[in-house]
Structures are given as C-alpha cells and as structure tokens.
Design a protein around this ligand. Structure first.
Ligand SMILES: NC(=O)c1ccc[n+]([C@@H]2O[C@H](COP(=O)([O-])OP(=O)(O)OC[C@H]3O[C@@H](n4cnc5c(N)ncnc54)[C@H](O)[C@@H]3O)[C@@H](O)[C@H]2O)c1
Length: 111
C-alpha cells in the first residue's frame, strides 16, 4: 500500500529538479500524477521516468502565471483521472546563485 493510493496529484514545475523528484515520489506512493510544466520536453521526460518505474502520469503544458491556463490544468487532471486530491504548487524560478552575480559593490575603504 502506498500512502497516496487512489489519489490524483498535480505537481507544477515537475519538469525541473525538485518538482520532478516530488512527482516521482508521489507516483511511487501510488498517486496518479499530472506533470505540469511550461517546459514540455522536460515534463515529458518526467512522465517517461514515472511510467518506466511502473507509475501512472500524464503531462500538461501550463504557465502558472496565467489563471486561464491553471484552470485548464485542473480540468485536465479531473478529465484524465476523475478527480484531484493533491496540488503541489512548486513551479517557479530561483534567483541567481553564483557568487559573481550576487557580488555587491564594495563600500569605500573596505577590501
Ligand atoms: N533549488 C533551490 O535551491 C530552491 C530554493 C528555494 C526555492 N526553490 C523553489 O523551488 C521550486 C523548484 O525549484 P527547482 O530547483 O526544482 O527549479 P528548476 O528550475 O529545476 O525547475 C523549475 C521548473 O518550473 C518550471 N516553471 C518555471 N516557471 C514556470 C511557469 N510560470 N509555469 C509553469 N512552469 C514553470 C520550469 O520549466 C522548470 O521545469 C521553484 O519554485 C524555486 O523557486 C528552489
């Protein structure tokens, strides 16, 4: 028994690192997973990985900053899997992380 047996989950940003990992974990726990992402190729890769592991997933393209597309995403989940129980709002972009891009101008007299 998985902890998400008979549940339907949407994971936004599931084409990316954290979302992809969550989508795969949800599927391992028995959920049917809607992999929602603006990046189609990355999202379909996540679906392929879930299916290769024996899980059930479907891709839907979405820009989560567009309310109409979010509505379409939810409708896709309900139409495809008959309901919706878990919504993981993960899609987004991280700020720059390299030290160079974070570097601030030095105050006069400091090194
Ligand atoms: N990685 C970190 O250290 C970190 C830290 C704090 C917060 N976060 C947040 O966690 C989430 C996932 O991060 P990650 O490291 O997996 O990033 P990632 O770049 O690997 O994945 C993000 C995914 O979201 C998708 N996406 C971006 N904007 C979208 C939009 N408007 N509509 C639909 N899909 C969209 C991208 O296509 C991508 O597949 C992000 O919201 C990020 O801001 C990450």
């Amino acid at each position: 028994m998985g902890r998400l047996d008979d549940k339907v989950a949407i994971v936004t940003g599931a084409g990316g690192g954290i979302g992809g990992t969550m989508a795969k974990l949800f599927a391992e726990e028995g959920a049917r997973v809607v992999v929602a992402d603006a990046a189609e190729e990355a999202g379909r890769t996540t679906v392929d990985e879930i299916e290769a592991a024996g899980g059930d997933a479907a891709f839907v393209g979405v820009d989560v900053s567009d309310a109409a597309q979010v509505e379409t995403m939810v409708r896709f989940a309900v139409d495809t899997y008959g309901g919706l129980h878990v919504l993981c709002n993960n899609a987004g972009s991280s700020p720059p992380t390299t030290a160079e891009r974070w570097k601030l101008p030095r105050a006069p007299g400091t090194r």
